[in-house]
Design a protein around this ligand. Structure first.
Ligand code: ARG
Length: 589
């Protein structure tokens, strides 16, 4: 289905050409004076220059041409030469009825050329608990994935586990101190390694910080951890067996956490999966003359002439031959290109890693790991701060674990819901979980991703204002009206959306027409906050309409059924929007 703005633009463009002006002047936009009109066209102002004519004369001609239009109820020329437009209510009702006939997409067309897009998001580190820093990547990435899928693209999400590096050596070293008798530490051991891991997830989560703290105080401990890392990376069997235990235990726990967030990944690849690709990659970089030795390290220059600030070379191997975070990211690109040849890869990572990704992307392009037909995009997000404006911490000042944060919000939500209602305990708990998730996700997604924001539990969990719970409340409100209507023994099978009879009704209808455009922009700009802005406008319009209109008390059956049809469409559109944001609505709240 064509977008409403395109249809109106076509109508106005036709008027321009019929009056002898160039078609480029017919562009229509949403009105920036909603008190005066719904849409506007400023083309006469621009045309005046080309045709050397007073702009209002041109606007007058166009307005006269549009006077018979079925699409517009009014086209007014206003000095100095603007066109103020209003949509015809009957045309608008038909347009919405057409949207309603397509209950999943509401007329939103899928991309003509679907693309294959890989998303690198989540980025948790094995054996370290998820903290709020990982929350944003998961929430934003999941939403971009869903928006892309809605628009008809193939979106592949890869969690890109941090499962390589010193943290593994630290865990191994600490385990060895605690349980030296385990077969994993016996270099001579030839037998099979046990299937059961020699630790649980809570032990693992305690082992890592302990080891990390020790390594900071004790140089020989750190030396041992580095040695263990080296041996692990160079194929020591017992350590590799431990690595797979660490991975299994950790991944099981991560999956549970992500499930609670309604986040899922297509690929559970990690940094370790890239390691086999490193030797050939490095070899080729040398052969092709891109990599050279500088102060003992192997580097690739990534400076460009137009740079205004210094972009340091991309280091591929350290002087001791060890690989780095870079090396892993480049080698990851090798397998991503080989296996998927994506049109684009989007990295949803803390914006503090931007310079790093500039280096990696340039290096990948320069060394031809990634060809010209694949776009690499860095979507850096800002920090989630506490009310004090500093990075979010626990009350004690420590790093807040994601699980604890979520259960705090669940509790807060539960109190609110249990206070107000007559739900039984288990329904209230279930509902609280759903609403709490909306609070967290909407609170995050409604901000432009690159900006820092303040995580304010009181504000995010409020049922009023621009919040997730407010959106859900609106949906639940509609559900309840629909249920009451049904309980009266009525249905809308033979009914349809009727031309608006009041301002608030028309305003709601106009909001609904913006669905496709909102989704398209949210996708093309990788900007879930555009979906939030649309949702908020739509929810406000619905609530305004609800307060102004007697719906269940309406006596004219056809008018009432028309209202109900409009509510059904609104509910479905709202629910599709929250679905791409990654949360859902309860039956009541
Ligand atoms: N594990 C990293 C961290 O916690 C994030 C990974 C981002 N993705 C990437 N391809 N480097 O900071």
């Amino acid at each position: 289905m064509k977008k409403i703005l395109d249809l109106i633009t076509a109508e106005v463009t036709k008027a321009f050409t019929l009056c002898g002006y160039h078609e480029k002047y017919g562009k229509v936009t949403l009105s920036n004076r909603p008190d005066l009109c719904e849409y506007q066209c400023n083309g006469a102002m621009a045309a005046a220059k080309e045709y050397k004519k007073a702009p209002f004369l041109i606007a007058d001609e166009i307005a006269a041409k549009l006077s018979g239009s079925r699409m517009l109820s009014s086209a007014e020329s206003v000095k100095p030469g603007f066109l103020n437009l209003k949509l015809d209510p009957a045309y608008l009702a038909d347009y919405l009825q057409e949207m309603k006939r397509d209950p999943e997409r509401f007329g939103c067309e899928k991309a003509e050329n679907p693309r294959l897009i890989m998303l690198d998001y989540g980025g948790p580190n094995v054996a370290k608990p998820l903290h709020v820093g990982h929350l944003r990547s998961a929430i934003i990435g999941e939403s971009i994935k869903r928006i892309g899928r809605f628009m008809g693209h193939t979106m592949i999400g890869d969690v890109h586990l941090g499962d390589w590096g010193l943290q593994m050596g630290l865990i191994i070293t600490e385990l060895k101190e605690r349980k030296p008798e385990l077969c994993y530490f016996d270099a001579e051991y030839e037998g099979e390694y046990p299937k059961e891991a020699p630790f649980t997830i809570s032990e693992l989560e305690e082992i890592y910080p302990t080891a990390s703290a020790k390594s900071k105080e004790d140089a020989s401990y750190k030396e041992a951890a580095m040695q263990a890392t080296y041996e692990l990376q160079h194929g020591r069997k017992g350590y590799q067996a431990l690595l797979s235990h660490i991975l299994n235990v950790s991944v099981t726990d991560l999956k549970r956490n992500y499930e609670n967030l309604n986040v899922s990944f297509d690929l559970w690849k990690g940094e370790s999966d890239a390691q086999p690709y490193i030797p050939d990659m490095v070899q080729k970089m040398k052969e092709d003359g891109y990599a050279y030795i500088s102060e003992g390290a192997l580097v690739v220059d990534v400076r460009e002439e137009t740079d205004t600030k210094e972009i340091p070379p991309c280091m591929i191997l350290k002087s001791d031959g060890a690989s780095l975070y870079n090396t892993t990211d480049l080698a990851t690109l090798v397998w991503r290109m080989q296996e998927y040849h994506p049109n684009e890869i989007i990295y949803i990572v803390d914006k503090r890693q931007e310079l790093y990704f500039t280096q990696v992307f340039r290096c990948a392009k320069k060394t031809k790991i990634v060809g010209d037909d694949t776009k690499l995009k860095f979507l850096g997000f800002g920090t989630m701060n506490g009310k004090d404006g500093k990075p979010f911490k626990t009350r004690e000042g420590g790093i807040m674990r994601l699980e604890h944060l979520l259960s705090e919000i669940n509790e807060e939500m539960y109190r609110k819901i249990a206070d107000n209602h007559t739900m039984n305990e288990s329904e209230a708990r279930e509902t609280a979980k759903i609403v709490a998730l909306s609070a967290v996700k909407y609170g995050d997604l409604s901000n432009q991703a690159s900006k820092d924001y303040i995580f304010d539990i009181d504000r995010f969990t409020s049922f009023e204002g621009n919040t997730g719970p407010y959106i859900l409340y609106t949906i639940v409100r509609i559900k309840s009206i629909l249920a009451k209507y049904q309980a009266l023994g009525k249905d809308t099978k033979a009914a349809k959306i009727l031309p608006a009879r009041a301002e608030s009704e028309k305003a709601l209808m106009l909001e609904l027409t913006g669905f496709s455009a909102a989704m398209e922009t949210a996708f093309s700009e990788a900007a879930p906050h555009k979906v939030c802005a649309y949702l908020y406008g739509l929810a406000n319009a619905l609530n305004h309409f609800y307060h102004e209109t007697k719906i269940l008390a309406e006596e004219d059956e056809a008018v009432q059924a028309g209202y109900i049809c409009l509510l059904e469409l609104t509910k479905d559109v709202l629910e599709s929007c929250i679905d791409v944001l990654g949360f859902s609505a309860p039956e009541r709240m």
